[in-house]
Structure formats: structure tokens, C-alpha cells
Design a protein around this ligand. Sequence first.
Ligand SMILES: [Zn+2]
Length: 267
Amino acid sequence: MRKTRLKKEGMVGMKLGIIGGTGFYGLLDDMSEESVNTEYGEVTVFQAVHEGKEIIFLPRHGKNHDTLAPFVNYRANMLAIKELGIERILAFSAVGAIHPDIQVGSLSLLEQFVDLTTRVKTYGRYSVDMTEPFCPELRHTFMEAANEIDEPLKTNATLICVDGPRYETKAEIQLYAAWGMDVVGMTNATEAALARELGMCYAVVTLATNMAPGITEKKPSLKAHKAVSESKKHRVRELMLTAIEHAREKESCTCHAAYESALLAQT
Ligand SMILES: [Zn+2]
């Protein structure tokens, strides 16, 4: 069962969720491991305080980074964050670049997605508006942070989300490129949909760790992915820390509207 260590540490300001990979373990000093039990399963998170904010870091692939994208327990992950009282999530993901202007090692901020995954990606209680799938205020937070640290950020990327864990065929990438897709990934559409169902704000910055198959002769590999992630680790950390500092309570976004309507309907 989760402990409530932070409550004993006195006053902290807003709570913020961070979702990322194992490269984030050193994101903050003094992170304490916690276990959260949800109706969908148990989830490991790490808690810390930064700039007066309570940070919950969730390693989406598990703390040993050994759960591949199709087997991640997305519903448990997102519900655990919700149950910890988080309303806003800043996420980070590695992707493959489809748009030829997106260089390996560059960062993109997702604006839209097309979801081809076949996994369960709903709590099955109601429909939510996904016209704008990512929180405009948190997207702005990421833009401010990138600007402050002088890191180039493509701000209008469209993700095609696929099941994985295999990489795509050349024909698939040609099709996605023809559709106008910028990057290909395996997790963010699922997280965005579940976050919206739970009334949480969610935005994602992606790191291109390879060019998608067929865009280049170089084939995607875990080794190349790890090398790019490692080389960019410090800049990504700086971006996330700056975004945490810039993050504010929600103002006028409507990410929580469907969730609140559903709650009202139950009363
Ligand atoms: Zn929002």
C-alpha cells in the first residue's frame, strides 16, 4: 500500500505527474518509491518535491523498463496517477521520425494523433471529446520551457500510434507519411485518451531516436535508440525541470470537462 510520506513533510504546492522512461530516474534528488494499488493492478511511482511542487514520476514501462509497449498496464498507470490527486501530466516519449525535417535527436511537441492500436484504451464509462487531444496549457508550458533553455522544439507534431513492439514496415511508413504523420510511437495516444477520461491534463514531448524504416537505409535498433537517448539525456532533463518550474494550475482548458460532467451525472 502506498505511504503518505509527503504529507508529513508539510506544505507543498500543486501536484504534477511526470511520465517517462528509465532515463528519468535521476530527474530529481531524493525520489521515494511508492506502490499504488488500483482496481487494474499495482503501479510503482516515485515521489519528490521540486520548486515547491509535489512530483509523481511514473516510469511507464515499469521500474526495470522491462514491460514492452503492448503489455504496459495503461489503465492502472493512469488511474494510479489520478488516485494520487494529480490533475496535470507532463510526459516524454521516444519516437521514430517520419517527417524528413525531424532530425534524430530532435524534440517535438505532439499536437494531434492518429491511433491504430488495438489494445483496450478506455475505462468504458463514457465518451470524451478528443478534438484537441493534448492540453493546450501544458503544451504552452513545454514551449515556454524549450524557449527558456534555447532548445529547438517542433510544436505541431502529429503522432501515429501503433501497437508495437515490432518496428514498422517500409510500406506502413510510406502510408503514414502520405497521411501527413510526423512521428511514430507506441504509447501516447493510449495515455492521452485515458487521461482525458480521468479529467487530467496531458501533454507530451517526444525525442526522435531513429528515422522510421524506409525514410533512411539505417534500420531502427534498441542500441541506436539507447545511444540517442543517452546523448540527449541532459537536455531532456533540463527541459522537464524547466517545464515543472513553469507549470501552473489549470486556467481555462477543458481537459476535465467530460470527467466532471460524468461525475455530476452520477449524483
Ligand atoms: Zn488541460
